[in-house]
Design a binder for this molecule. Structure first.
Ligand SMILES: NC(=O)C1=CN([C@@H]2O[C@H](COP(=O)(O)OP(=O)(O)OC[C@H]3O[C@@H](n4cnc5c(N)ncnc54)[C@H](O)[C@@H]3O)[C@@H](O)[C@H]2O)C=CC1
Ligand SMILES: Nc1nc(=O)c2c([nH]1)NC[C@@H]1CN(c3ccc(C(=O)N[C@@H](CCC(=O)O)C(=O)O)cc3)CN21
Length: 288
């Protein structure tokens, strides 16, 4: 099933997970599959599975996990494909494998640039990958977008023009990069409207689980951290449990506001954390 059809009933709530590392211990695997069990019970519209996120390079993990989510839980899966990790030949093979596994949905990304800055794959921009996927098969293609403006873009106008190119290449829905100021998201929606980007846009929300992780993600992606958020992190930095609870409350506060504004959907970056995801879902259960 193409997950774009989920938007017939809005708002759409979906999750993102990352596969365990290839060398994960028995204990880590156990923890991961227990997490997945909890997430599945929350009945998200779909689950997206990262490919090599956070520096990992677990290539078979994404495909196998997508297949597993569909077969075991009957929940739609979205496979991330970072174009810079693929050649024309390898992407064709990968799409064939996805098709055989009945995975109909792809998050087409450029991917994070390697430390040496040298791109080995054939796709410089996500839009190039979208064009290729469109030619090779019948997939529902999702794209990423940036309320706080992509750090490599010259300015917000250029970023939106590039987003429009990507959408026109064949993207049917968008998920935003994480953001902590809803106002930035609403301004971004206005820019999309002006650029005639009319497809569903889900807000990507990441609860703070640990300060280091968020600061790294924010710096790497040019994501603004508001004073209120920085104060919260500073106040609870020595108390991981309090930090987690405050981060959960912040995410819930963001989501309540987004729902009140009639957002198309929310994509939760779960970071494979079942407790936080469950708490957020139960806090917003009656609001959706
Ligand atoms: N859920 C996830 O895994 C997410 C991952 N990301 C990451 O964010 C980074 C960027 O990925 P994407 O958004 O897929 O890249 P993209 O290729 O759409 O955009 C990357 C940069 O190139 C520019 N650009 C895009 N298309 C262009 C074109 N045709 N001509 C000239 N410039 C163009 C954009 O303005 C932007 O500055 C990657 O590191 C990706 O992995 C971002 C959001 C979510
Ligand atoms: N630029 C960018 N790249 C991404 O891969 C990405 C985004 N943005 N934005 C949204 C989500 C968030 N993602 C993330 C964010 C953080 C980690 C992370 O901190 N990973 C741990 C390793 C986790 C583990 O394997 O246990 C790390 O320390 O790198 C992973 C994926 C993937 N996505």
């Amino acid at each position: 099933m193409k997950v774009v059809d989920c938007f017939e009933e809005r708002p759409v709530l979906s999750f993102e997970i990352f596969p365990p590392r290839a060398n994960a211990s028995e204990k880590a695997l156990d923890r991961f599959y227990n997490c997945l069990e909890t997430l599945a019970k929350l009945q998200p519209a779909y689950i997206s599975v990262t490919y090599g996120a956070g520096g990992g390079d677990n290539k078979s993990g994404t495909l196998d996990l997508c297949r597993y989510i569909k077969e075991k839980y009957d929940i739609e899966a979205v496979a991330h494909i970072p174009g810079i990790n693929f050649t024309h030949e390898s992407v064709k093979q990968y799409l064939d494998q996805l098709q055989a596994a009945h995975v109909d949905n792809i998050l087409a990304l450029r991917g994070d640039l390697p430390k040496d800055g040298v791109i080995k794959g054939d796709f410089k921009y996500a839009s190039d990958l979208v064009t290729e996927i469109k030619q090779l098969g019948d997939f529902n293609i999702i794209g990423a977008c940036y309320p706080d403006v992509h750090p490599e873009a010259k300015d917000s106008l250029t970023d939106i023009q590039n987003l429009k190119i990507k959408v026109d290449a064949g993207v049917s829905q968008l998920i935003t990069q994480l953001f902590f100021e809803n106002e930035h998201f609403y301004q971004f929606l206005d820019r999309c409207d002006l650029a005639n980007i009319k497809i569903p846009i889900q807000a990507g929300i990441m609860p703070v689980i640990n300060e280091r992780q968020i600061k790294r993600m924010a710096t790497m992606n040019g994501v603004g951290l508001p004073q209120k958020f920085l104060k919260m992190m500073a106040h609870y930095q020595d108390n991981p449990v309090a930090m987690r609870d405050a981060g959960t409350a912040y995410a819930v506060d963001q989501i309540v506001d987004l729902l009140s504004e009639g957002v198309d959907g929310v994509h939760l970056y779960t970071m494979d954390n079942p407790v936080v995801t469950q708490r957020i879902c139960s806090a917003i259960e009656t609001l959706i």
